[in-house]
Ligand binder design. Structure first.
Ligand code: PLP
Length: 386
């Protein structure tokens, strides 16, 4: 038997206990919320902590960041008031005229923001088909490209991009790699271990898991001038995550492993059931062996594949909308990564300008009973197709 002193606790244990939190004075195992907007200096007129005003952070937010840093195997993590504000900080820190390489299809909000910067001549943008490393390589300008953006699996097509190979490609050209792994949280994919310079998650999704917080988190395993600039952007724009939401996030993260495991199992059951369905043209899910990203996903997501998938139904756009309308267990709502299952007609939400199939329905599979979810989709398809 290993000596107790040599035993390294698993991240599941650390997460369930919020890093074995004990409040020193009372012994409370649940942290208090630190809501203050300002901090009194000590008797030498020095700040007592690295923050002296709320826009720098707070103890509650720092606790949540420490948990995510351990989960991500990161040196530092930084929480923002939404995923978008974290992504914006990365975009904003790039110098005028920087060349960036991004997927053609990715989360529409980030793509829209990158296009806004391009339209104002703040950035020069080249794009590649998500997952296609040859196209990524061709889009990169050696020693000129500053940032390569990977979103894997990408939203809403769930195409898988090899993170380790992307890191090699980006670094060989002198560029940094930003990886958005929102669809596969750090209990499945740790992008920094695979070579990313910035790992990003919309913590609104799986990390929190209860659809009651918006948050975003960036993590790095080495600090740099870029990182210092991003910290300053968060401070000056006032986009730090507030303490109440950080507290909810800490509570949500305690059950991350359990929630994600159940979502993945449910998603796999749904994918297997609907893979060759009469009313479904294509089912996009990297967990299916027939999916082009399956083998990379297996390596990159700890063999779990995630709880996100999309269905392209046969028939018309109205048939697709009707399936979403007729669901009684799946909520017809946007977002993902919560305990409750959601279905969304993506084109309605992302708008006409965004390249998404008009008959695509995005599913975020929650932790309910798999048979209830399958039955619900079946009855909605039957009703929609009359
Ligand atoms: N990245 C991805 C892949 C997302 O799915 C989302 C939101 O859906 C975001 C970024 C933006 O995150 P937030 O909604 O927390 O601002």
């Amino acid at each position: 038997m290993t000596k107790a002193s040599n035993h390294k606790q698993s991240i599941e244990t650390r997460l369930a206990q919020a890093l074995h939190f004990v409040e020193p004075e009372s012994g409370a195992v649940i942290p208090s919320i630190q809501p203050t907007a300002t901090y009194a200096r000590d008797e030498n007129y020095e700040p007592r902590k690295p923050y002296w005003y709320r826009r720098d952070g707070s103890e509650t937010t720092a606790h949540a960041e420490a948990i995510i840093a351990e989960l991500e195997n990161a040196r530092e993590s930084l929480l923002f008031s939404s995923g978008m504000s974290a992504c914006n900080a990365v975009i904003e820190h790039l110098p005028n005229g920087a060349h960036v390489v991004v997927p053609k299809v990715m989360y529409h909000g980030v793509l829209q923001q990158i296009q806004n910067y391009e339209n104002k001549n703040r950035l020069i943008v080249s794009s590649y088909t998500a997952g296609n490393l040859d196209e990524m390589k061709a889009a990169i300008r050696n020693q000129d490209t500053q940032l390569v953006w990977v979103e894997t699996p990408n939203n809403p097509n769930w195409e898988v991009t090899d993170i380790a190979a992307s890191a090699e490609i980006a670094h060989a050209a002198g560029a940094k790699l930003m990886v958005d792994c929102t669809g596969t949280p750090p209990c499945m994919t740790r992008a920094l271990d695979l070579g990313a310079d910035f790992s990003f998650h919309s913590a609104t999704k799986y990390l929190n898991g209860h659809s009651d917080v918006t948050a975003g988190v960036l993590s790095v395993n080495h600090t740099s001038q870029s990182w210092e600039e991003i910290i300053m952007i968060r401070k000056l724009q006032g986009t730090v995550l507030n303490s109440f939401d950080a507290w909810l996030l800490i509570r949500g993260m305690r059950t991350l492993f359990l929630r994600v495991e159940k979502s993945c199992k449910n998603a796999m059951a749904i994918a297997r059931h609907f893979e060759n369905h009469d009313h479904i043209e294509t089912l996009l899910y990297p967990g299916l062996p027939s999916d082009p990203g399956h083998e990379i996903a297996k390596r990159q997501t700890d063999g779990q594949f995630g709880g996100m998938m999309s269905l392209i139904v046969k028939g018309t756009t109205q048939n697709a909308i009707d399936v979403a309308r007729y669901c009684e267990v799946f909520y017809p709502a946007t977002s993902l990564g919560g305990v409750e299952s959601l279905i969304e007609h993506r084109k309605t939400v992302s708008g006409e300008g965004f390249p998404v199939h008009p008959r695509l329905l995005r599913l975020s599979v929650g932790i309910e009973d798999a048979d209830d979810l399958i039955y619900d989709l079946e009855q909605a398809l039957v009703r929609a197709f009359g």
